[in-house]
Design a protein around this ligand. Structure first.
Ligand SMILES: Nc1ncnc2c1ncn2[C@@H]1O[C@H](COP(=O)(O)OP(=O)(O)O)[C@@H](O)[C@H]1O
Ligand SMILES: [Mg+2]
Length: 391
């Protein structure tokens, strides 16, 4: 049986990172080679795939997001079922690229967040996708549940990516912004010449989440998202509605802050749909306005919370939103003259970035390295992240 302890002396490890974000679109699987650890880590991507959730599974995950529809027996079952789906995703990708499980040293799995309550009376977050199932089904040592140690130490458990951004990007001469537009958008700012203690990172607000929900409703389930922003780009932004949406209390909060479906999920999207109807604007105008909400909330965040301390030299974008050509054009306009680029320009696949991150987090855990950024999460101290499961 493969043991964690055997990994310590291995010069190069082949690691799989697994991620499914708040969009719950599918399981991102990144197969990477990792050499070293800590700030000397070097990573190279061997393969990346997103294995889409089947519609029935996706619908059941969405039921778990909401306090009205989540049942405790279903949470219990889905924890194991999603673990199985994550394991099957690993096996499917390995089969596709002609690699055997024996060639993989380690898995790092983020799991599927179903609830995130960082500001509750007892702060809490819950990611499901049982790592014991992943380890058993694949025979590969698995590290999972990376957020909870940070929450236990008083942090929000997010955004965790700040540490990986600091590790992988060189901010010695430039102030770099790293924006990930998933269901929610998050931004890491690495000030020029700054150490890990001055990294600023936070969820800026909505990413694709509200857009996806509205597109699904407007197309009667035919489409899950606005591909390349083709629908939104046919519309015109309704300024008065945009101003209403930009007044959302989350956007006023001072960072560090994190959010999720609790604030911008189904009931918020239903509310937006009603407001689109009440303003008598077309679906396209509604989607243009929602795209503007994502873009403007990010730009406002930078103006209010980043610019007073450091001026961005460049903004790199990753996540599904980077695939939305219309959203990228709107971002470029909002940030002009600061260049806005797909993170792929830096040699890191924007789709794969988060899954790669969880492979690196697993490697950091093996080496006992602290991997949270208290300045970003609000934790009282640095923590080693992740729970270990032997196959
Ligand atoms: N070609 C595309 N055009 C527009 N939006 C896209 C495209 N590809 C992906 N997306 C958006 O990205 C989302 C998935 O992004 P992802 O980074 O996986 O988010 P998460 O981390 O929340 O799962 C999709 O739900 C969709 O809204
Ligand atoms: Mg996703």
């Amino acid at each position: 049986m493969k043991q964690f302890i055997d990994l310590l002396d291995k010069e190069k490890k082949t690691v799989i990172g697994l991620m499914s974000g708040t969009s719950a679109d599918g399981v991102d699987v990144a197969v990477v080679d990792i050499t070293g650890s800590g700030l000397d880590t070097e990573v190279s991507l061997i393969a990346f795939e997103t294995i889409q959730y089947k519609p029935e599974i996706r619908a059941r995950i969405f039921d778990l997001f909401s306090v009205e529809t989540a049942r405790v027996d279903e949470i219990c079952t889905m924890n194991f079922e999603i673990g199985k789906i994550f394991a099957e995703s690993v096996l499917a990708v390995l089969d596709k690229i002609g690699m055997a499980t024996e060639q993989i040293d380690l898995i790092g799995s983020h799991g599927q967040t179903i609830h995130h309550l960082p500001l509750g009376e007892i702060p809490a977050t819950l990611q499901i996708g049982e790592p014991a199932v992943i380890a058993h089904e694949t025979g590969i040592p698995t590290i999972a549940d990376f957020r909870v140690a940070d929450v236990a130490a008083g942090g929000e458990g997010a955004p965790l990516i700040a540490y990986i951004d600091y590790m992988l990007f060189d901010n010695s001469t430039e102030t770099i912004g790293l924006l990930n537009i998933g269901g929610i958008s998050n931004l890491t700012v690495l000030p020029a010449g700054g150490s890990i203690d001055v990294i600023q990172a936070s969820d800026t607000g909505p990413g694709n989440m509200i857009l996806d929900a509205c597109v699904e409703e407007m197309t009667h389930g035919e489409k899950q998202f606005d591909e390349d922003g083709k629908m939104a780009q046919q519309g015109t932004v309704c300024k008065s509605l945009l101003d209403v949406w930009l007044a959302h209390p989350y956007l006023e909060l001072t960072p560090p802050k994190t959010t999720g479906r609790e604030a911008f999920g189904k009931s918020y999207a239903e509310n937006c749909l009603q407001q689109i109807k009440a303003h008598r604007i077309s679906d396209y105008d509604g989607l243009a306005t929602l795209t503007a909400l994502t873009v403007e909330s990010i730009a406002d965040y930078v103006k209010r919370f980043v610019a007073p301390n450091s001026a961005l030299d460049i903004l790199y974008v990753s996540g599904g939103g980077a695939q939305n050509a219309f959203m990228m054009r709107c971002l470029a306009e909002a940030f002009y003259p600061v260049p806005v680029m797909d993170v792929g320009e830096k040699g890191i696949s924007g789709d794969a970035k988060e899954a790669i991150a969880f492979a690196i987090f697993a490697n950091e855990a093996v080496h006992g390295n602290y991997a949270n950024v208290p300045n970003a999460t609000g934790a009282s101290c640095r923590k080693v992240l992740g729970k270990f499961v032997c196959p």
